[in-house]
Design a protein around this ligand. Structure first.
Ligand SMILES: [Zn+2]
Length: 306
């Protein structure tokens, strides 16, 4: 027993003082540091920040999977790592390979299946004749944005709910409560916001990120990155909706109305609704006040006459 403990201790010491694992570790940390610096110095560039956060997320997953796999390899082949010349490269190579394979398998399964399960949990129907105006608008934006295969589904729910879900198929769900409480141009802005989530692959990424952050319980970075990714993607979808409709003010007033009615809505599943819990670094939604203020500035810019 004492021998085994000694082997393990020696293996850990040899491994974490060797150039190969240290280079992988510090190389990844240097990339993370660079991305964080660019992120912090570009406060209002939602498109860039979404890409940076996605990169940061991948690096963080790799970093922590590498650390955990390294420890697992060190423990399982401690004698080899401690006493053989090729022990460290073997463990480091194994850890890198395991990190890629594990992240790949988990990502693929969550990417393909996560949203489908979510969609099955919500009762929806096809739009009725009186909702045809929305179907027409929906297919018009879909044609303009080259999104021909997106379905519009209606949920009979008195709460104002709107969400975009992507799995094997792409679906935008709006509730009857949302249709009843908003003006037509507000509904159109909200639907465009949801279509932008599909265009940017946000709905897939949000479910992916939520499930992965639970799976990667040993990755402390993901606890901050997962909600941050959600928040930046909301800002980007808001901005793109405002530019497409030319009426960012309509989305601003829609957000205000939904926010007032939807507080505590149980449908804010996986951060897919248009509004949800906000106000901290762990919130998946940016503050509605900030979203509205950005949309109003965009509105002023778009309607400025010289
Ligand atoms: Zn959204």
């Amino acid at each position: 027993m004492a021998d085994l403990a000694e082997h393990i201790w020696k293996a850990l010491g040899t491994y974490w003082s060797s150039p190969i694992p240290l280079a992988i570790l510090f190389g990844t940390l240097a990339c993370i540091g660079t991305l964080v610096y660019v992120f912090v110095t570009n406060a209002r560039n939602a498109k860039l920040r979404v890409s940076l956060l996605t990169g940061l997320y991948s690096l963080s997953i790799f970093f922590w999977t590498f650390v955990v796999s390294s420890l697992t390899f060190c423990l399982s082949i401690s004698t080899t790592v401690a006493y053989k010349a090729w022990g460290v490269p073997l463990a480091a190579g194994g850890a890198v390979l395991t990190s890629f394979v594990l992240s790949g398998i988990v990502s693929f399964v969550v990417w393909r299946r996560g949203a489908e399960r979510l969609l099955r949990s919500i009762a929806t129907r096809t739009p009725r004749a009186e909702e045809q105006w929305l179907v027409d608008y929906f297919s018009l934006v879909g044609r303009f944005e080259s999104l021909p295969h997106v379905e519009l589904r209606i949920a009979d729910d008195p709460k104002p709910v709107a969400m975009a879900v992507s799995g094997k198929r792409h679906v935008v769900v709006v509730s009857t409560g949302l249709l009843a409480s908003l003006e037509r141009d507000e509904v159109e802005s909200v639907v465009t916001h949801e279509l932008m989530h599909i265009k940017n692959q946000d709905s897939r990424f949000k479910v992916f990120s939520t499930v992965l952050s639970r799976f990667m319980f040993f990755d402390p970075f993901s606890k901050f990155l997962d909600p941050a990714v959600h928040r930046e993607r909301e800002y980007l979808a808001d901005e793109m909706s405002g530019r497409t409709t030319g009426k960012p003010g309509s989305l601003a007033s829609a957000l205000l109305k939904i926010h007032e009615k939807a507080t505590g809505s149980p449908k804010a599943i996986a951060g897919l609704s248009i509004v949800g819990r906000e106000g901290s670094v762990f919130s998946r939604f940016p503050p509605v006040r900030e979203r509205i203020s950005r949309l109003l500035v965009l509105s002023e810019l778009l309607h400025r006459t010289t």
